[in-house]
Design a protein around this ligand. Structure first.
Ligand code: ASP
Length: 361
């Protein structure tokens, strides 16, 4: 019913996505002079659809990869595009199965000599986590660029088509080589380690608040300012070879009057690591510190991050991390800390060794 209604709405619209819908395999005729970019679609609002072009409600992951590519014919002038559908989900449902599949596909694709780079379409909710995960496990210096949209493909002033075009331009640009996994949204090029979502609804939602942008891209014209922060991709020590599951790490937010109940519950649920989204400089109540230190004593890796959007969480500032056995997240927000800790915990490490990892990545 919804889909029929959608088709009707779209059939009357001038929006390019509807006019250029294709089926089956890629319609693109390869041009030898152009770089080859592989587009991996995972879903999200960039592939979302609503029943009218002016409504807030919509469903993520309705448009397939071929339609996404066909909706931006200008991108075919930048590169030969090949599409693959990895998943078609809202990124609030992103999960380890998709992550492992995506990382495996990217590593296989970037090993192909004819491929210049990869573009991944994704939802905005968890793009910062997927980007950082890929930044740590993709073994290549070739550009890997994620993009997304805040407005569904059917909306007035949809932001997806230009974001996609710009992402292809960045992935095809030699200057993007060796800068780690990048995220291109709303004309800005972010590093995977630095960006975070800051608005639930604004088109200008992504910021790299602590360390700034890698560059900008305006209608495909790139300008790069600097490299990413932290070790990444080809220099990363993390590998997914033989990995079929990632260790459980939970994030617990600190708040007024916090006790240790959720900390203990996380460990009871199987967490091998805990990230605290602390108040201020990674702080938490004395009662919660006591519970966390008791878990650290038992070998659970406990990372202090912050619920505050900017600034770093320093080691041994208001809490004695050395004595309590904690790890300070430094410049990583809670969600990035969780990704890094999950990968670090693939091998046994002491808290001191995990702190070294947080220093380097
Ligand atoms: N919930 C959507 C998602 O992350 C939001 C978006 O893509 O903007 O998939």
């Amino acid at each position: 019913m919804f889909r029929d209604h959608l088709k009707l709405r779209l059939s009357g619209a001038a929006f390019a996505i509807a006019l250029l819908i294709v089926s089956g395999q890629q319609p693109i005729t390869a041009q030898a002079s152009l770089p080859t970019i592989v587009v991996l679609a995972t879903g999200g609002t960039i592939a979302g659809a609503a029943s009218t072009n002016v409504q807030a409600g919509y469903t993520s992951g309705q448009v397939g990869v071929d339609q996404l590519i066909a909706a931006v014919p200008e991108a075919k002038k930048l590169a030969n595009l090949r599409g693959e559908q990895i998943s078609n989900i809202g990124s609030q449902d992103m999960n380890d199965e998709v992550w492992l599949k995506l990382a495996g596909r990217i590593n296989a694709i970037v090993a192909m000599p004819e491929v210049t780079g990869v573009v991944i379409t994704h939802g905005t909710d968890t793009i910062e986590e997927t980007a950082y995960f890929l930044n740590l496990v993709v073994k290549s210096r070739k550009p890997v660029v994620l993009t997304a949209a805040m407005r569904p493909a059917t909306a007035l002033s949809a932001d997806g088509p230009l974001n996609f075009y710009n992402a292809v331009a960045v992935a095809a640009d030699k200057q993007a080589v060796g800068r780690g996994v990048l995220v291109v949204v709303n004309d800005w090029i972010h590093g995977a380690a630095s960006l975070t979502k800051t608005s639930t609804t604004a088109v200008q939602t992504f910021l790299s608040p602590q360390s700034g942008l890698i560059g900008t891209v305006a209608y495909g014209k790139t300008e790069f300012y600097r490299g990413p922060i932290g070790k990444h991709t080809a220099d990363s020590e993390f590998s997914l070879t033989g990995v079929t599951a990632l260790p459980r790490v939970d994030i617990i937010m600190a708040y007024e009057n916090m006790d240790g109940a959720l900390i203990d519950a996380a460990v009871a649920a199987g967490a091998k690591g805990i990230v605290i989204a602390g108040v201020g400089n990674g702080n938490l109540t004395a009662a919660a510190v006591k519970a966390l230190a008791a878990q650290a004593q038992k070998g659970i890796v406990c990372v202090r991050a912050s619920r505050v959007v900017t600034g770093v969480v320093g080691r041994n500032v208001e809490l004695d991390d050395d004595k309590l056995g904690f790890v300070a997240s430094l410049d990583k927000n809670p969600q990035k800390s969780r990704v890094l800790l999950r990968l670090a915990l693939l091998k046994p490490h002491t808290a001191a060794e995990i702190q070294r990892i947080f220093d380097e990545y």
